[in-house]
Write a protein that binds this ligand. Structure first.
Ligand code: IPM
Ligand code: MG
Length: 370
């Protein structure tokens, strides 16, 4: 029997808890049916934590996240918290986790499932075969740079400032992650920045170029302005393998890439820290979709992105490639059978609820493991 692996589940707000219920069923299935066993704890984050404790992330939950092997995260936020002070908004729970756990490499794959080609807003021939990975820096940049704030001037007018900030070390470590991942894929990195207008862009380009020459000359490197990259993503997305970007550009480009595939409801992500001497790294896994307050509680949410995030957890944190594949194959087979949640409906498919999608996945897992 493999040693227990500890997972902290932070389901959060909106559809987060609903999709997580289905993922819990799959975790229990693995516990019973496979070699590995899990020790699962749950905690509150985002609006749920704010309602209970007046903060989107308590120090206790942060300590639990530090101590566990991997965090599985749902989604945070909702209109109810629009007027909360910025420091207490649900999103700050997630940002604090990224920052305090030093999770600097945010991996966001965008893969076009053949059976979902018609769910995309782009033509099928444009996205067929799409398999790209965005590596987004996630602990620095304009998200955390100081000074920041809104100031009222003596004449009563107001001004706001945010600071885009990067050190060479912050750029190099996330670039190294992108090059390492490219080596396991098709060997190409496109680094996106705005070196034409931003100092951080100039430093970004210089550091990536230097690291490439020093340690990754076997990987193909291309530099692209971030605006052009956004355009290329919708024009000819299959040209990309790994896209490397800073925190803000990565946020925008990854939403764009996600939608190419037809549904945000399909895309998982992983956010990784540095490996320690034993090879263990802190990690958080979350669906790319948000809390979707408009459909929360209706049973319409697609649990597959969260489930695929759990597959990434098995792969990256626990080195359980075969188990990860088991989930990914189950998802592909269920989609091929025409079972769909509302967000990915196509011709000849039948619309099911979050829970019935969970049933279908479990049936498929049984079939594959039989
Ligand atoms: C994301 C989200 C977050 C971000 C929000 C919820 C703070 O958009 O994970 O992409 O901007 O990083
Ligand atoms: Mg985003």
């Amino acid at each position: 029997m493999a040693a227990n692996k500890s997972i902290l589940i932070l389901a959060g707000d909106g559809i987060g808890p609903e999709v997580m219920v289905q993922v819990r069923r799959v975790i229990d299935w693995f516990d019973k049916r496979r070699e590995v066993t899990f020790e699962v704890a749950e905690g509150l984050v985002g609006g749920a934590a704010y309602d209970a404790h007046g903060t989107p992330l308590t120090d206790e939950t942060l300590a639990d996240a530090m101590a566990c092997d991997a965090v599985l995260f749902g989604a945070v936020g909702g209109p109810k918290y629009d007027d909360a002070p910025r420091a207490l908004r649900p999103e700050m729970g997630l940002l604090r986790l990224r920052k305090e756990l030093d999770l600097f490499a945010n991996l966001r794959p965008a893969i076009a499932f053949e059976s979902l080609l018609d769910a995309s807003s782009l033509k099928p021939e444009v996205i067929r075969g799409l398999d790209l990975l965005i590596v987004r820096e996630s602990t620095s940049g304009v998200y955390f740079g100081e000074p920041r704030g809104i100031e009222t001037m003596p004449d009563g007018s107001r001004q706001a400032v945010d600071t885009q900030f990067y050190t060479d070390a912050e750029i190099t470590r996330v670039a190294a992650a992108a090059f390492d991942l490219a080596r396991q894929r098709r060997g190409k990195v496109t680094s996106a920045e705005k070196a034409n207008v931003m100092e951080t862009g100039v430093l970004w380009r210089e550091e990536v170029t230097k690291l490439h020459a020093d340690s990754y000359a076997d990987v193909e490197l291309e530099h692209m302005y971030a605006d052009n990259c956004a355009m290329q993503l919708v024009r000819a997305p299959t040209q990309f393998d790994v896209i490397l970007a800073d925190n803000l550009f990565g946020d925008i480009l990854s939403d764009c890439a996600a939608m190419l595939t037809g549904s945000l409801g399909m895309l998982p992500s992983a956010t990784l820290g540095a490996a320690d001497d034993s090879g263990r790294r802190r990690a958080l896994y979350e669906p790319v979709h948000g809390s979707a307050p408009d459909i929360a509680g209706t049973g319409a949410a697609n649990p597959l992105a969260c489930l695929l995030s759990f597959a990434m957890l098995l792969r990256f944190s626990f080195d359980l490639e075969e188990d990860a594949k088991l989930i990914e194959n189950s998802v592909a087979n269920v989609l091929n059978s025409g079972i769909r949640t509302a967000d990915i409906m196509g011709a000849n498919s039948s619309r099911v609820s979050t829970g019935v999608m969970g049933d279908a996945i479990l049936r498929e897992l049984d079939k594959q493991a039989a």
